[in-house]
Ligand binder design. Structure first.
Ligand code: AMP
Ligand code: MG
Length: 482
């Protein structure tokens, strides 16, 4: 197999925004998980023994530098500004040209960097697997995200609340640039030339159609707002809660980034908080759109030395309409309903969500039952499970008026199957797969991953991964500890 050919655009062009680092290898290590699908992005590479050694940080990839690098950035964490953050345990190896575009490879959990603060630079197997499973799951739901090639496990012990073992996630990202990079350059370095360089680099790498002038900058910011709105619309549409929407975890490309205590909704509950360290529910499910806008406002402040205020303001003003447009498009696609206008469409969709919430219904399983609906039905398939059936019968009447044009019901139902997933990464499934992997049994990681790679297909062999959470897992919450 030919060696991976790394390029170093970020390292070469933005040297003030990084520190060279060397990995601290895991030592004796093994593959815990591998995504053939992500490997396809790199020309179908295989999990060889020498690649294992490199991904474990025991041996350097030949990346043309002789070292890796950690990026520096800052960010608003739970509303408070931290002037200097950075990759405390992730190291970027370099950029790989793939048919679908370039991907930066990073090793998350590869040791101490200048930005580790009091951390040990490590990731535990539990958090590495959660990132791996989630990024592959979101990707196959059609939600923009960083990808994960593999998880490498080891016997190296690390302490969190208890003793655990160290692992590395091999992450592939179109870019690791975060809102926090722009904040660091403007508020920390206070350097207009550096800000200009960072903006120009981002545009040249990822928006080559745009010009490097005021018109191009204005169009670029509008695109950043739009891709963020699209990502959030998809999170809301598929019931994903990120958990730590700090500005240092917001990708400039609108890719879901930095998985920690995330969670998918089981029961529809707009107040769901997946991160038990989030005592003020700042990052609850329903607050994600508002937080994204708040984060975009922080980004706009950081861009203000270069980009004209009226461009920034009109970009920010476009967030809400773009979010609603994306959300209504996705949800009316899931529901298979005729569109009227955004206001009345959104009201009808919201009424369903209120009905699901009031009745404590499972979000994914209820939506999946749409594939059984037909216009002649007297009631919805989940009507008998409702404690407040009236809400659902009222909604059924309103919804039916949006289905009048349908004549091919088999085709309509098949389309509901293609738009409403059967398999999502429920927290209890991630937890079970992790516990099995910690005991040395990788079968569930592999099979769960296979189920999540085709979330819309029936896959009867994986029926167990479409079940409601068991009693022990009701209200499972996670901490930031990773
Ligand atoms: P997160 O919210 O997980 O994205 O992490 C917030 C910050 O803490 C980032 O700058 C991370 O690099 C850093 N961090 C998290 N865990 C560790 C660790 N074990 N060692 C060093 N830094 C860490
Ligand atoms: Mg982070």
């Amino acid at each position: 197999m030919t060696a991976l050919q790394f390029k170093q655009p970020f390292f070469n062009e933005l040297p003030k925004l990084l520190s060279p680092v060397l990995p601290q290898g895991l030592g004796a290590s093994r593959w815990i998980a591998w995504s053939d699908d992500a490997a396809q992005l790199l020309g179908g590479i295989k999990p060889t023994a020498s690649l294992l050694n490199q991904c474990a940080g025991n041996q350097l990839f030949d990346n043309g530098l002789g070292h890796y690098f950690a990026q520096v950035y800052s960010g608003h964490q739970f509303g408070g500004y931290s002037p200097q953050l950075g990759d405390g345990r992730a190291m970027i190896v370099g950029s790989l040209q793939a048919p679908e575009g370039a991907f930066e490879m990073s090793l998350k959990g590869a040791g101490i960097t200048p930005y580790s603060r009091h951390g040990d630079g490590r990731a535990v197997l539990r958090s590495a697997l959660r990132e791996f499973l989630a990024s592959e799951a979101l990707h196959h739901l059609g939600i923009a995200t960083t990808r994960a090639l593999a998880v490498v496990g080891s016997d190296l012990s690390v302490w969190r609340e208890t003793e655990e073992t160290a692992a590395i996630t091999v992450r592939l990202a179109r870019s690791h640039i975060r809102f926090g990079h722009f904040q660091y350059v403007t508020h920390g370095l206070q350097s207009k030339p550096q800000l200009q360089a960072l903006i120009d680099f981002t545009i040249k790498q990822h928006y080559p159609e745009l010009t490097l002038d005021s018109q191009g900058y204005s169009a670029w910011f509008a695109k950043v707002v739009d891709s963020t709105a699209l990502m959030i619309a998809k999170w809301q549409a598929f019931g994903f809660t990120h958990g730590v929407m700090n500005t240092d975890n917001m990708s400039i490309l609108g890719d879901t980034l930095d998985y920690g205590p995330f969670g998918f909704l089981d029961r529809y509950d707009e107040d769901f908080v997946c991160n038990h360290s989030d005592s003020e529910s700042r990052y609850s499910f329903v607050r994600q759109p508002g937080v994204a806008l708040w984060n975009l406002q922080r980004l706009a402040q950081a861009l203000a030395p270069i980009i004209a205020s009226d461009s920034l303001v009109s970009g920010l003003d476009s967030f809400e309409p773009r979010l609603i447009e994306h959300y209504v498009t996705i949800m009316s696609g899931r529901l298979g309903m005729a569109r009227h206008d955004n206001d009345s469409d959104l009201e009808l969709i919201s009424a369903l969500m209120r009905g699901l919430q009031a009745n404590g219904l499972d979000y994914t399983r209820t939506m999946r039952q749409l594939k059984l609906v037909s216009h002649a039905d007297k009631q919805l398939p989940w009507q008998d499970d409702c404690v407040q059936p009236q809400l659902m019968s009222d909604w059924w009447r309103a919804y039916k008026t949006r289905l009048v044009g349908v004549d091919d019901w088999d085709g309509w139902q098949a389309q509901r199957q293609r738009t409403n997933p059967k398999y999502i990464l429920r927290n209890y499934l991630a937890q079970q797969a992790i516990e099995e992997a910690e005991r040395g049994n990788l079968e569930m990681v592999t099979s769960l991953m296979a189920a999540l790679q085709n979330p819309f297909d029936e896959q009867t062999q994986y029926e167990q991964y479409a079940q409601l959470p068991p009693d022990w897992a009701q209200g499972l919450v996670l901490s930031c500890s990773s």
